[in-house]
Design a protein around this ligand. Structure first.
Ligand code: DHE
Length: 533
């Protein structure tokens, strides 16, 4: 009998895709390349009905990009539904009155095919896409609100593509603002916690001033992006792209410093970039590549500040920020670090159903080689892994997209110390130095997506559960002091639910539109061992 809580890879990814809202977000039209997408009749239909919002070359404009890479995670029937009926509260109208069902189906199939001329996004496209909004004359450099600036939360609301700023003491919303369409990955803060950078799946990076409550700068780093990282000195922002196969690095005001082609050492293969993270104690960015068995480290510590990037030549920048490659036997999808940041703990995912069981490994960044296998079965989501002290050693635990089990691993021996059965596969795990508990979801399970499971870090036993029957409950973040756990009721008419982190009792709920994730300034900038970095 197949276990309903152990989905196949395809089912897992399809379920993940179904979690995405296909909301057509309204954003200012930016510079685009002039690559017209036309394939016979259906290409003409696209140009006539869709190009004005989604770009003549499908790379996006007022609406999101309509490229196979951008639509990979959206079901075919959902695309048909949106073209037919439109999407409420957005500028995407329904086309059922103008197009036949056959034409709608044809269009929906066509946008999932590669463009006739492959889309490109060059350094000049990046530079031309940038907007910068300087401070007004005499703008006071102090917050517009009265709250602890270190206990703020940002809540990314995927339902209608907004972000809410919460006061973490009063647990009240300070303000709410529109974001780019489909933000993904955790927002990244400058070291002082004043500015935050958001990355969108369509490649936009937005720098937002949390004190003055306004956008400072925006740039489109790529056409399909995974995530962004901010250097611990606050000077650089790096973007990891799937399309094109590049990394792009910016200064703190989002002026392009340089791009890197994600190519293998011999230059023969190129790759999507899985993710980039800041490794603060090493003063470097660490980059995983999805299609090439290499991990890159790009030190920024010795790079000189550049007084005027506009007039500096690219050659100056090329002298800094050079790539150090570590060859691996398998490419990495997903990773995090130990607290010293010497070790990368990474996982490979199978490319296709039926591929060999994915592996997880430990890479020593000093020795520049893999030093151990991580004995974790299923599909660990190491990007959401956490570390904590247990029984005189430090252990790691991560949610598992493939199975409902959480393997707890001793980080000295890299051997499992316990396997904890969960009600179903989950995406996120969180804890905090000041709480004995770690919280995790089972949102990939049809039957247990409504359950958060609470693990006692001292005993490695299940300490409790909270439920929202029939709804999806996921993604925890703690207040700065670890006293409250904030969870996402992941529904269009959802909420952030605040639980007492000791009694697991609900304290409050704040209505939100599909709150995907939430991020506490202090926990993020201090790299709390219970949070993703
Ligand atoms: Fe994510 C973070 C990868 C699908 C919501 N996700 C990340 C990060 C990576 C990653 C590498 C860390 C980036 C960072 O924080 O800088 N995510 C992947 C995938 O490979 C996967 C499975 C498929 C894909 O093609 O992207 C995937 N992710 C999803 C979703 O379907 C989720 C649930 C909904 C969505 O909005 O896309 C989702 N991912 C998130 C969230 C974070 C995230 C909320 C930040 C977690 C945090 O607490 O920091």
């Amino acid at each position: 009998m197949p276990d309903p809580d152990k989905p196949s890879l395809i089912a897992t990814l399809a379920l993940a895709a179904s979690l995405l809202a296909v909301g057509w977000f309204s954003a200012p039209v930016q510079a685009q390349s002039a690559n017209h997408a036309r394939v016979g009749g259906v290409g003409d239909l696209y140009q006539q009905h869709c190009a004005a919002c989604h770009g003549t070359d499908r790379i996006g404009g007022m609406g999101p990009a309509l490229l196979p890479e951008s639509l990979e995670r959206t079901r075919a029937d959902e695309i048909i539904r949106v073209i037919t009926h439109g999407r409420a509260a957005t500028q995407m109208q329904g086309f059922s009155g103008q197009l036949s069902q056959a034409e709608i189906k044809e269009l929906a199939t066509w946008v999932r095919q590669p463009a006739a001329t492959p889309p490109h996004w060059s350094e000049s496209d990046i530079t031309a896409s940038r907007s910068f909004f300087p401070a007004e004359k005499n703008e006071p450099a102090k917050p517009l609100w009265n709250a602890d600036p270190m206990n703020l939360f940002l809540v990314v609301e995927g339902g209608d593509h907004h972000v809410s700023l919460l006061d973490g003491d009063r647990l009240e919303v300070i303000t709410r603002f529109a974001s780019r369409y489909a933000l993904h990955g955790g927002p990244k803060f400058t070291p002082d916690g004043r500015y935050v950078f958001f990355g969108s799946r369509d490649g936009w990076i937005t720098k937002y001033d949390l004190w003055r409550l306004r956008v400072v700068a925006e740039v489109r780093a790529g056409l399909n992006m995974r995530n962004v990282a901010v250097s611990s000195d606050g000077r650089y922002v790096m973007a990891a792209n799937y399309l094109p196969h590049t990394l792009a690095v910016f200064d703190a005001d989002l002026q392009l410093v340089r791009t890197y082609d994600a190519k293998s050492q011999d230059g023969k293969s190129s790759s999507r970039v899985s993710a980039v993270y800041d490794a603060a104690p090493r003063k470097s960015f660490v980059v995983a590549l999805k299609d090439i068995a290499e991990i890159w480290e790009i030190p920024y510590g010795s790079a000189q500040p550049r007084a005027d990037l506009q007039t500096s030549t690219m050659a100056d920048a090329m002298a800094h920020l050079s790539v150090q490659r570590t060859p691996l036997s398998e490419p990495l999808d997903d990773f995090f670090f130990d607290q010293s940041y010497r070790h990368v703990l990474g996982a490979t995912r199978p490319k296709r159903e039926g591929d060999a069981q994915p592996g997880a490994q430990v890479v020593d960044l000093d020795l520049r080689r893999k030093t151990a296998d991580l004995p974790i079965s299923g599909m660990p989501h190491l990007g959401s892994g956490i570390t904590f002290a247990w029984n005189g050693t430090t252990v790691l635990a991560s949610p598992n997209l493939g199975t409902g089990a959480i393997d707890v691993i001793d980080m000295q021996t890299w051997q499992p110390v316990r396997t904890l059965a969960m009600p179903g596969p989950g995406f996120f795990m969180r804890s905090h130095e000041s709480t004995p508990y770690a919280w995790t979801d089972s949102m990939m399970s049809k039957t247990a997506k409504d359950t958060l499971t609470i693990i006692d870090k001292r005993t490695l036993e299940i300490a409790g559960q909270v439920k929202e029957p029939g709804k999806t409950l996921a993604h925890i973040e703690f207040t700065r002091d670890g006293k409250y756990a904030l969870a996402s009721l992941w529904e269009m008419d959802g909420a952030v639910i605040v639980y007492d982190a000791n009694s697991f009792k609900e304290i409050k709920r704040l209505p939100m539109s599909k709150p995907v994730g939430k991020y506490n300034v202090w926990n993020k900038i201090t790299r709390s061992e219970g949070t993703s970095h």
